[in-house]
Design a protein around this ligand. Structure first.
Ligand SMILES: Nc1ncnc2c1ncn2[C@@H]1O[C@H](COP(=O)(O)OP(=O)(O)OP(=O)(O)O)[C@@H](O)[C@H]1O
Length: 269
């Protein structure tokens, strides 16, 4: 079975520039009460790369993704042990400042969730809490973030209209712009385009590839064509285990684990 690995060629140059591991996951276990949802994960995530997390429903992809910016803290029964080293610092430690962490490690969810306010205010909302109040500076950040999220041209003349007047795909790019305004280093994307039409999906994929020159991106996706098109590395999860983690081309053309092969060829899912 073959997936079209288009756009891979353009990425070869970038591959050569690959940096160090920005995240090192060590013996990570996550539990919801008695349910041991994620089992002893060990993996390194390279800086400025795209990592796809794939696997059947309920295998722990989102649980793992959410642990990277401590979103599981909001679930009282969720507990974990092990380490997620972000540039050497274990972000699972109790004394980590979670709000600051989430600025550096931003997250975008499956369903676009813009605030019910103007496009402009969606971007500036969190910046005001950071003490950025000068109009000129805010304007510049709004423009830069929307440009990076490939949305500026579509909204520059309607910045003060409600974000809810945007299409689903535009709303999702606005949510990405909102994260970018906080100058994150890592973006966690939980099925960011699965609720969108094919054209919006393609725009989000192009955007993800564009952003990976500057940001580290980890994306959960059920869409294997999407993983094969965008990701440098792919991690296959099954029942809470990390079964295989390798270069995306290897995972999709010559996986080492027979279970990976069965999954990507649609024998189960
Ligand atoms: N908030 C929660 N409370 C309790 N259990 C949860 C919670 N979220 C997930 N789980 C459990 O953790 C396990 C892993 O779920 P998770 O959502 O991480 O899988 P997933 O691979 O992301 O699935 P999907 O592809 O369907 O989103 C499942 O057994 C699930 O029931």
């Amino acid at each position: 079975m073959k997936f079209v690995l288009d756009k891979k060629q353009e990425r070869v140059t970038k591959e050569k520039e690959k940096k160090n591991a920005i995240l090192k996951v060590r013996n990570l276990n996550i539990y919801y009460g008695d349910n041991h949802a994620v089992h002893d994960i060990n993996m390194d995530i390279e800086e400025k790369s795209i990592t796809a997390l794939i696997g059947p429903s309920g295998c722990g992809k989102s649980t793992f993704l959410r642990s990277i910016n401590r979103m599981n803290d909001t679930i009282p029964i969720a507990k974990n042990n092990g380490e997620i080293l972000y540039e050497g610092l274990n972000i699972l430690e109790d004394d980590i400042e979670v709000v600051a962490l989430r600025k550096e490690i931003g997250m975008v969810f499956q369903k676009p969730n813009p605030f019910p306010m103007s496009i402009y205010n969606n971007i500036t909302h969190a910046l005001k809490f950071k003490g950025i109040r000068k109009k000129k500076e805010l304007n510049q950040i709004v423009e830069d973030s929307l440009k990076k999220a490939a949305l500026w041209d579509e909204v520059k003349d309607r910045l003060h209209e409600s974000a809810l007047s945007l299409s689903g795909g535009q709303q999702q790019r606005l949510c990405i712009a909102r994260s970018l305004a906080l100058k994150p280093r890592i973006l966690l994307l939980d099925e960011p385009s699965s609720a969108l039409d094919p054209i919006s999906n393609a725009k989000i994929e192009d955007l993800i590839m564009e952003l990976s020159s500057e940001y580290t991106i980890i994306i959960v996706t059920h869409n294997m064509q999407q993983a094969s098109r965008v990701a440098d590395k792919t991690a296959f999860f099954l029942s809470g285990d990390l079964m295989e983690y390798d270069e995306t081309s290897k995972i999709f053309t010559n996986p080492s684990n027979p279970k990976t092969e069965e999954y990507i060829t649609g024998k189960f899912g």
